[in-house]
Design a protein. Structure first.
Length: 238
């Protein structure tokens, strides 16, 4: 039983590592969407500057208010536009990478949940060798609880990743309003999110590391005391 519990604890640790990875991906995605929204809002101003550049003193005065001293630099608008569009393209590519990482994360969570099912089967087989109801419950309780917790958390993240996929589908950097809306709806902790982080953090109670069956403990003590008696008998005979 101790071996099964150790395997369950190791599996739980791997599962939690992926949950932590999800938080990092969420943070990166939020930063990318914020960049897309902010940069896309500045592009119309640069395009307007291009259409009014050099057409009169009145327009020049307006450009100074918008661009500052950069108004008097050559090729300023072209260089800034190029930099802005390059940032937008890189940000969209980075967002695509993040969405692929979310899919990979789901594959890992599903794999761990499947491994947990195998451990539950192993625990049920161990039940056939125990003699009391209490021992039988001790054998299967934690593996079953771990399986239920993993499957519940997995379902949450599956729904959340699907929501994010739909949220960013056909996302265009030429639509600042939508980019702002997507950024506000991105977090799984928001109103639109599907993850109950209270359950993720507290929904599973871990067993003690030195967990063992009562019968195993008593058997161990019996064997130890018997060994001591034999040693004393041997010394007395000598």
């Amino acid at each position: 039983m101790a071996t099964t519990v150790k395997k369950c604890l190791k599996l739980h640790k791997l599962f939690v590592a992926e949950v932590t990875r999800n938080s990092r991906l969420e943070s990166e995605g939020s930063q990318v969407l914020s960049t897309l929204a902010n940069v896309s809002q500045r592009v119309p101003t640069l395009l307007q500057y291009d259409s009014t550049n050099g057409t009169g003193n009145g327009h020049l005065e307006g450009n100074v208010e918008t661009m500052g001293v950069l108004t008097y630099s050559s090729n300023t608008q072209a260089l800034l536009l190029q930099k802005h569009f390059l940032t937008l393209e890189k940000s969209l590519a980075f967002l695509s990478d993040i969405m692929r990482d979310f899919q990979e994360l789901l594959r890992h969570l599903r794999s761990f949940a499947s491994e947990c099912v195998v451990l539950v089967d192993d625990a049920l087989l161990e039940c056939e060798t125990v003699v009391s109801v209490d021992d039988e419950m001790a054998v299967v309780t934690f593996p079953l609880q771990l399986q239920e917790w993993m499957e519940t958390v997995l379902a949450m993240f599956e729904h959340e990743v699907l929501r994010k996929v739909r949220l960013v589908t056909n996302l265009e950097y030429s639509d600042p309003r939508r980019l702002n809306a997507v950024h506000k709806q991105w977090s799984s902790k928001g109103v639109m999110g599907n993850v109950d982080y209270d359950y993720v953090q507290t929904g599973l109670q871990l067993p003690q590391v030195n967990y063992c069956l009562p019968s195993q403990s008593s058997d161990s003590k019996s064997i130890t005391s018997e060994s001591k008696r034999k040693k004393k008998t041997n010394k007395a005979n000598k």
